[in-house]
Ligand binder design. Structure first.
Ligand SMILES: *Cc1c(COP(=O)(O)O)cnc(C)c1O
Length: 368
């Protein structure tokens, strides 16, 4: 076992090939945090993992106190946007073990994003070794309150200091974590976006890159000024087919079937989405991954055939919607707060797997 409990600067090994330097915070900030009231992404755990890609290899791997970086004003990621991230969660089960949910899926996806952005890719031992080391050092920060978890933010950005437009030669990979509670207080109101787009065929919609979020903010702000909380994005060509909602994948229950847009290069392959589809299939629920038109959804609401509409993503897990606004009309969704709704059942199932209350049938939990 590794000397994680050492209070002095220590060189630790997580694998034969990976050395991580550990420098502990002089003093933990954990007492300053009210774990019963955790706003999303506001409290940062004591440490972070950092690794740099220099001269063609990942180096300088360390776990150090969460602190500012000193960066060049000419940092290429700030100018040309080579910047990608992941979002994932860790939980503490009833035995007190810290477990991450499907971290290898995030590992694969960050490299998919890196390839699209022409960035360095990460070896498994850096991504997983960084995560495991950081979570062991900050294990006390993993909440145990109901509906709480440790949100993990791995990300990578270009580190070159140069104004030339070219793929950077150096990159920084960092991981920090935040204890979080529930994300949305009440079911959000969604507006179908028929003017702006989030992504287009041949573009970068499937990558988890920073620019996708920047591009979504202005149309989202307009929707919020009109009284909505989030957008439902439609296809770039015709605004006829539903793609995602906000920063989540979107799902519907229509005629008792779970219906969701099939993924493509315009839709991000959510790990929550994938997990929900796998569980639904194992429950014998019919699942359809296909084109879903706005018309079908609106008709479904009007005729009562559509009984649920919800977003799926790591931050919220499952977020049932209150209404969908389209062409100036608001279409109210049935209130799905009862325990027999699919959204609630799947949310409870995933929560129970993550907290170790029920068996991890799919082998999704990765013990740190
Ligand atoms: C991260 C993200 C999702 C959800 O993915 P998860 O792996 O389930 O968290 C969905 N859509 C977009 C655009 C995203 O960035």
């Amino acid at each position: 076992m590794l000397p994680f409990n050492s209070l002095t600067n220590t060189l630790i090994m997580t694998t034969d090939v990976l050395q991580i330097e550990l420098r502990r915070a002089d003093r933990s900030r954990i007492q300053e945090v009210d774990f019963n009231n955790l706003p999303f992404g506001k409290h940062f755990s004591d440490h972070m993992f950092v690794a740099d890609f220099i001269d063609g290899e990942w180096t300088n791997q360390m776990v150090v106190p969460f602190d500012n970086f000193s960066l060049s004003p000419s940092l290429t990621s700030l100018h040309y946007g080579q910047s990608i991230f992941e979002g994932m969660k860790a939980y503490k089960n009833e035995a007190g073990e810290v477990q991450m949910f499907r971290p290898m899926a995030n590992f694969e996806r960050i490299n998919e994003s890196a390839r699209r952005m022409c960035m360095a890719t990460l070896p498994e031992e850096v991504f997983m070794g960084g995560l495991e080391t950081l979570l062991r050092v900050d294990a006390d920060w993993v909440p145990t309150q109901p509906d709480s978890s440790l949100y993990i933010r791995p990300y990578m950005f270009a580190l070159d200091a140069s104004l030339g437009v070219a793929p950077a030669k150096t990159y920084r990979f960092c991981i920090f974590t935040c204890p979080v509670g529930t994300y949305y207080a009440k079911p959000p109101k969604l507006k179908v976006e028929t003017e702006y787009i989030r992504s287009a065929p041949g573009g970068v919609g499937y990558a988890k890159c920073a620019g996708n979020y920047a591009a979504s903010m202005y149309p989202t702000m307009l929707a919020q000024q009109a009284g909505y909380d989030q957008l439902i994005w439609t296809d770039a060509r015709e605004h006829k087919y539903i793609e995602e909602s906000g920063t989540m994948n979107i799902m519907f229950v229509i005629d008792g079937k779970l219906v969701t847009p099939a993924t493509s290069d315009t839709i991000l392959r959510g790990i929550t989405r994938d997990s929900i589809l796998k569980v639904a299939r194992s429950w014998g629920m019919p699942v359809e991954e296909r084109l879903v038109s706005v018309e079908e959804v609106i008709n479904g609401i009007e005729t009562g055939r559509l009984t649920e509409a919800f977003g799926a993503g790591t931050a919220v897990v499952v977020s049932p919607y209150a209404l969908i606004g389209y062409n100036g009309h608001d279409y109210m969704l049935p209130e799905n707060t009862t325990d027999d709704s699919f959204a609630i059942r799947i949310k409870n199932y995933l929560t129970d797997v993550r907290t170790g209350k029920i068996a991890d049938e799919f082998g999704w939990m990765h013990t740190v």
